[in-house]
Structures are given as structure tokens and as C-alpha cells.
Design a protein around this ligand. Structure first.
Ligand code: ADP
Ligand code: MG
Length: 699
């Protein structure tokens, strides 16, 4: 198999150096090995012909059989296109070509019979189905294939270079022919236990399926393989860490912790908070370094848990720190933590980018001599100049803003690595957690403090904007505060900024004479931003118009309405996070999702999901299905190379579980993979994980 990794695709007949370069750039395919692992994104059943009258909803690519009624060129310049009206007797569909217009015009004729193959789209304004750049075959010719056929992912550039799904398929056949005896790479015991299809058979089948049952077995084998390599790697690393990493022993539950629990804590902990506290206590008493991820919806009370963990460290003579992603959040944490620990006599300080030199020096000295017990801050706190006397507990709030590499810098701050508690309100689907955080222990706070009223979420269209204003007016008159959030300024910076400013202007016109309005966006200077935020947090401003800078952590219990403009541009998890900003006080709260009327069916379904569930995990799963795990916050920085070609973290939960169990079994039997029968596997594992070597060092 290795030699296939070394076999440059340019030597595959028909590829050549230019196309090889393009394949490398566009799809990351450099070797014959890569080519064999470029799997069809989906399959189409080419024995099936659809009727135009039966097209509906969101369809995969389909085959239609009929004739062109007309073929005409329309539009000018960039809009120039060839439009064919294609009829099969049950209906008519529009066929569009934007490229190679004259060649296509010559090739196809009105009145002749064709088989078209492509993904139909429904165009609202004309209320008509259309196909863009379909594959066109003449019935009865070789091109019009029968049976199952893979459709390979391509990019625009490849298509423009004349490379089609069929071209790729041809090259893959040649790559398969290079090594007629592809040897198995998985451990024989695993192949036997799970009755997996052998490697060669699976590769041949996945590219040339004969029937659906065999195709599914082939795909199962290949998905399993991908996930199994990752799981084995993670498990091995986790085992090593558990064996090797010593950590502070913090068995003692002392005065700070106890007094806080008895005298300061103004409420009872929820069952979930207690459970997580026990888990943390067990970790830090074990003599090994804790690496724990605490997940819990916004408002589930993670901060209290973190504080108690930090007090535990202080009780055991160590220092603790809490790192937040933004200055606003760090300050808010500092203010509320100080309020809670001051009665106990804990020395807590705040360190951010804007801490003045004199104070900074003072803090540095206090950290070195141990008099500063608890440090709250932004990433300023992981700078090399910040040295602790003995940092025993590091809490990282909203970790998806902190990369793995940044986290690793904490390790250097002590002789023994500090215990690490990562807190996130971004719910991470279980399958993803098993993979991305497979080496971390995960706790979930799946219970909200009592008395919280769920936020009512409403979807409103642009036409009903004034209804929305009226609702805001009611809440404002009742003394409440309101957030109005616009999408983050991004690629379309100019456009976004304008719509944000227009939004601000509109709100000023409606409410400006009655209420103070704060206005915050990411392009403002930090101190101007802080002043505006301050106005809102203190209640002087009753309305906050903002981009998503307020996404994480801000706590204003008097705010009862969250309006999200252009809601369709947000990911679901992000909407869920934003929604968590309200509903923090005793009053009933609302989240109003504003969108234009013309949105796709999928988008509408997603937004509607928000109106009937408040379960962060359901939302995260859905988000992951829609956008793929690579886009879920946190995975980018996780350090895992998501080199998944066929398995999907969103859809293959069962196979992930299977691979995990199999990896455990294998490592129980052969912890360092040194048995002769596992030698090929161990070698392949090394090759596969070579690129991800970096992160194993870190956790
Ligand atoms: P998170 O960080 O998980 O979003 P916080 O820790 O900020 O949540 O808690 C949200 C609010 O709920 C805070 O005002 C906190 O004091 C309060 N709170 C936390 N735990 C409880 C509890 N067990 N009972 C009542 N209120 C709680
Ligand atoms: Mg929080």
C-alpha cells in the first residue's frame, strides 16, 4: 500500500503533470493512494428514469428522458446562457448552460431524444424546475450507463478544465489496476471480529458498485477503517497520558471551599452541578493531571463550578487562573468572582491587555510570590512574562476561542502541569466529542437552575417588522432591555456595515427619543466598545444594537428580548448561544428571528427548529448535519486533522462507537501494537497520523 502513497498521479495514464497539479491543488490528491480514497459523494441509480411531473422537494441528481423543444441563447456578457426547454410529455424543465455555449449548441438538437442527468432545482420566480450543466447522453449508447454509479466530488476549476466525474472514475480504475494485490492493513482480529469486507474488495466495490448491499458493506468497511485509525490513535494517547502524567494531588476540601459553600453560595447547586463537582474532585485527587471538558448550556451555572474547582486548588496551596476569550468577559467574570470570594479573603486580580504597567508589575510580583491566589484574565495571562509560583488549576472559559497551542502554553507555567478545566456552552455532539476531545474527560451540566423560564423563540419575516417594533415597545415600557444583533461583519464588509448602520438608524428613529441606545461592532476601538457595553450592562442604555461580539458570556438579567436580524446567516448553534443571553432573570423572555420571506426550504426548516426546541444538543446535531463538523466552532482549533474522506461525524455515530470499542479491544490485547500480526496496522497508523503528530504532544 505504501508504494501507492508514493505513486505520483501524474504517471497515471491520461493525467499528466498539469492535471496532476490541479488535482493536488483542488482536491489534495497527489498519489494513487489519495486517488483511491477520493470516494463518490453519492450514488445515482442510473437504471431509474424520473418523470418531470414527479419532481419534488429537494431531489438528488436524477435522470430524465425526453426531447428539447427549443434551445436558445439568452442574456448578454456574464449573464449569457444557453437555455433549453426539455419536455418528456409529463412536464417541461429548463436546462441551462453558462459555459461552452457554442459547442453545446452544435452538439444537441431540438427534437432528438436525450437522457439528461443532473440535480434539479426549483426556481421560485418562474415556478419552474431547472437543470444546470447536466450530463447528456443519447439513449442506447455506452455513455448512458446502467445501474449504480458514483458521483465524485469536483470543484469548479476542475470542471472548467474538462474533468468530470466520469474522468475521475476512469483514473481510479487505472490506479486500482496498479496493485492487483492490495494487502489488508487492519489487524486480522479486528477484521474477523467485525466481519469487515477486505480492503481490496471494499475499494473496488465502492468505486464500482454492483448492488446496494455490497456497496453498503464496502462503505461500512472504509468508514470503519478511517474512524478506527483515529480512535486507536486517541485511545493510545489517552492511555499514555493516564499512565504518565502526574498532577497535583488536591484531596483536601478546606476552609475556602467549605466557607464558600456554606456562607457565600446564595443558592443550592443543581444535581448536575453537584455531579460535575464530584467528578472534578475525583480527578484532582487521583494524582494525575485533570483534563476535563465541562459542557453546559448558557446559564447552566458553569462559572460556579469553575470557581469551586479553583477554591479547591487554593485550599491545597496552589494558585488558580481563569481565562476568558474577551476583555469584556474577563472583566465580568472578575467582578462577579471578586464579589463572591472577597468575603473569604481570597486575593483575586484581573489581568488583561489594558492593565496598566504599574498594576501589571504588581500582579506579576504577586503571582511569583504566591500572594495572588486567583488570576482572571484574557490571553494576556498566557504570555511568557506571566509566571506563577505554583499554578494548580487553569480554567478556560468558552474554549472554542482558544486554540490547542494556546492551551499548551499553560503547561509551561508549572513544574507539574496544572489541572485543566475547559468550559464551553457550545454543545458538542457526542460523536464529535468522542473524536475531537477523545482524550479529554467530558462532563455535562444538563440541567438549568430552577425557576428559569424557557425563552420563547419566534420567527418573523421582514413584512412584520412593525409588529416586532411594537413588541419591543411593550417590553421597553415595562422597564426591560433589548438586544438587536446583526451578523458579524465579514467578506461583504461594506454591505454588512451598511446594513448594520441602517439597522441602527431605524431603531434610533423608532425608539431614539425615548431610550438611550448602545451600539457596538467588531470594528470599533476597544475602549469605545467598552463604553457602549458598559452603558448597556449598567442599564443606562436600554437597547443594544450589536454584531455578534456579544455572543459569549455577557450577563444582563434585565434583558428580555433578543432580536436577531438576518437570522438565516447564523449557524444554529450560534443562534442558540445568542438566545442564551436572555432568559437570565425572572421575567419571560423572547428571541425574535428576523428573516426575509424568500429563503430556501432548508433554511426555513432550520429556523423553525429553533422555535420548537431549546435543547442545545439537538441543535448542535442538526447544525453539524447541515454544515459538517469542520464548521462547528471548536473543531478547527481542536488540532485533529479532519481527514475524513468517507465517514461522517454527523451521521456515523454508530460506526464511531464501534471503532472506539474495537480500538479499546485491540489495545487491551496489544497495548503497544507490537504483536507480529498487528505490524502492518501499526505501520499504517504511523503513516496516517504523521500529519497529526503535533496535537498528541499537547494533550
Ligand atoms: P454559564 O456560565 O453556564 O452560562 P453562569 O455560571 O454564568 O452560567 O450562571 C448563570 C446564572 O445562574 C448566574 O447568575 C449564576 O449565579 C446563576 N446560577 C448558577 N447556578 C445556580 C443554581 N444552582 N441555582 C440558581 N442560580 C444559579
Ligand atoms: Mg459562562
Amino acid at each position: 500500500m505504501n508504494s501507492l502513497r508514493d505513486y505520483d498521479i501524474q504517471y497515471i495514464k491520461g493525467v499528466g503533470p498539469t492535471r496532476a497539479k490541479l488535482l493536488k491543488k483542488e482536491l489534495g490528491i497527489a498519489s494513487a493512494y489519495d486517488l483511491l480514497r477520493h470516494f463518490p459523494g453519492h450514488y445515482v441509480d442510473r437504471s431509474n428514469i424520473y418523470r418531470i411531473a414527479d419532481l419534488q422537494g429537494d431531489m438528488p441528481a436524477v435522470q430524465l428522458r425526453g426531447r428539447f423543444v427549443s434551445l436558445t441563447v439568452a442574456g448578454e456578457g456574464a449573464k449569457r446562457r444557453l437555455v433549453g426547454l426539455f419536455s418528456d410529455g409529463t412536464g417541461t424543465i429548463e436546462v441551462l448552460w453558462f459555459r461552452s455555449i457554442s459547442a453545446i449548441q452544435k452538439a444537441y438538437h431540438v427534437g432528438a431524444e436525450y437522457i439528461l442527468f443532473g440535480k434539479p432545482a426549483f426556481f421560485e420566480p418562474t415556478r419552474r424546475w431547472s437543470l444546470s450543466h447536466p450530463e447528456v447522453d443519447i439513449p442506447g449508447t455506452v455513455g448512458a450507463m446502467q445501474g449504480l454509479r458514483g458521483v465524485y466530488p469536483l470543484t469548479e476549476k476542475l470542471r472548467n478544465a474538462g474533468i468530470t466525474s466520469r474522468t475521475l472514475h476512469g483514473w481510479i480504475q487505472k490506479a486500482l489496476a496498479l496493485r492487483p494485490n492490495l494487502a489488508e492493513t487492519l489487524p486480522p482480529s479486528t477484521v474477523a471480529d467485525y466481519r469487515l469486507m477486505p480492503l481490496r474488495e471494499a475499494l473496488v466495490t465502492v468505486h464500482n458498485p454492483t448492488d446496494n448491499a455490497r456497496l453498503q458493506s464496502a462503505r461500512l468497511r472504509l468508514k470503519f477503517e478511517e474512524l478506527f485509525f483515529i480512535q486507536t490513535d486517541i485511545q493510545r494517547m489517552a492511555r499514555r497520558r493516564k499512565q504518565q502524567s502526574r498532577g497535583y494531588v488536591m484531596k483536601r476540601v478546606g476552609t475556602f471551599f467549605n466557607r464558600f459553600y456554606r456562607e457565600v453560595l446564595p443558592f443550592d447547586l443543581t444535581g448536575a452541578q453537584k455531579r460535575v463537582m464530584h467528578e472534578i474532585h475525583a480527578d484532582v485527587g487521583s494524582g494525575r493531571q485533570m483534563n476535563r471538558l465541562v459542557q453546559g448550556d448558557v446559564g447552566s451555572g458553569k462559572t460556579i463550578v469553575a470557581l469551586m474547582a479553583m477554591l479547591l486548588a487554593i485550599d491545597n496551596g496552589a494558585q488558580a487562573c481563569l481565562m476568558a476569550p474577551t476583555e469584556i468577559l474577563a472583566t465580568q467574570h472578575y467582578t462577579s468572582l471578586r464579589g463572591m470570594v472577597a468575603p473569604l479573603g481570597v486575593n483575586v486580580r484581573l489581568l488583561t491587555g489594558s492593565t496598566k504597567k504599574k498594576e501589571r508589575d504588581e500582579i506579576h510580583a504577586g503571582l511569583l510570590d504566591g500572594s495572588v491566589q486567583l488570576l482572571v484574565g484574557t490571553h494576556a495571562l498566557i504570555e511568557d512574562t506571566v509566571q506563577f509560583r505554583n499554578l494548580g488549576m487553569a480554567v478556560i472559559d468558552e474554549q472554542h476561542r482558544f486554540g490547542v497551542a494556546q492551551r499548551a502554553r499553560l503547561w509551561k507555567k508549572a513544574e507539574l502541569p496544572p489541572h485543566v478545566l475547559v468550559m464551553t456552552a457550545t454543545p458538542i455532539p457526542r460523536t464529535l466529542a468522542m473524536t475531537v476531545y477523545g482524550d479529554l474527560d467530558v462532563s455535562v451540566i444538563n440541567e438549568l437552575p430552577p425557576g428559569r423560564k424557557p425563552v420563547e423563540t419566534i420567527l418573523r419575516y421582514e413584512e412584520n417588522r412593525y409588529d416586532m417594533y411594537r413588541a419591543l415597545g411593550r417590553e421597553l415600557r415595562a422597564g426591560r432591555q433589548v438586544y438587536i444583533v446583526h451578523p458579524l461583519i465579514d467578506e461583504n464588509a461594506k454591505l454588512d456595515l451598511r446594513s448594520l448602520e441602517e439597522g441602527h438608524e431605524a431603531i434610533r428613529e423608532v425608539f431614539g427619543q425615548y431610550y438611550k441606545i448602545a451600539f457596538v461592532h467588531g470594528r470599533m476601538k476597544p475602549d469605545a466598545k467598552d463604553r457602549q457595553m458598559d452603558d448597556f450592562v449598567s442599564g443606562r442604555a436600554r437597547i443594544l444594537v450589536a454584531t455578534t461580539v456579544i455572543e459569549v458570556g455577557v450577563n444582563v438579567p434585565n434583558a428580555t428580548v433578543m432580536v436577531i436580524e438576518n437570522a438565516e446567516r447564523f449557524g444554529l448553534s450560534q443562534l442558540h448561544q445568542l438566545r442564551g443571553r436572555v432568559g437570565r432573570g425572572a421575567d419571560k423572555s423572547y428571541c425574535i428571528l428576523m428573516t426575509k420571506h424568500r429563503i430556501g426550504a432548508d433554511t426555513r426548516r432550520r429556523l423553525e427548529l429553533m422555535t420548537h426546541t431549546t435543547d442545545g444538543f439537538v441543535i448542535a446535531e442538526e447544525d453539524m448535519k447541515m454544515r459538517g463538523p469542520g464548521d462547528i466552532e471548536g473543531t478547527q482549533q481542536s488540532g485533529i486533522a479532519f481527514d475524513l474522506h468517507i465517514a461522517s461525524l454527523a451521521r456515523d455515530g454508530e460506526i464511531i462507537q464501534m471503532a472506539r470499542t474495537a480500538a479499546e479491544r485491540l489495545l487491551d490485547a496489544d497495548p503497544d501494537l507490537s504483536l507480529p500480526e498487528n505490524r502492518v496496522f501499526a505501520h499504517t497508523l504511523r503513516l496516517n497520523t504523521a500529519r497529526t503528530a503535533d496535537w498528541s504532544r499537547i494533550s
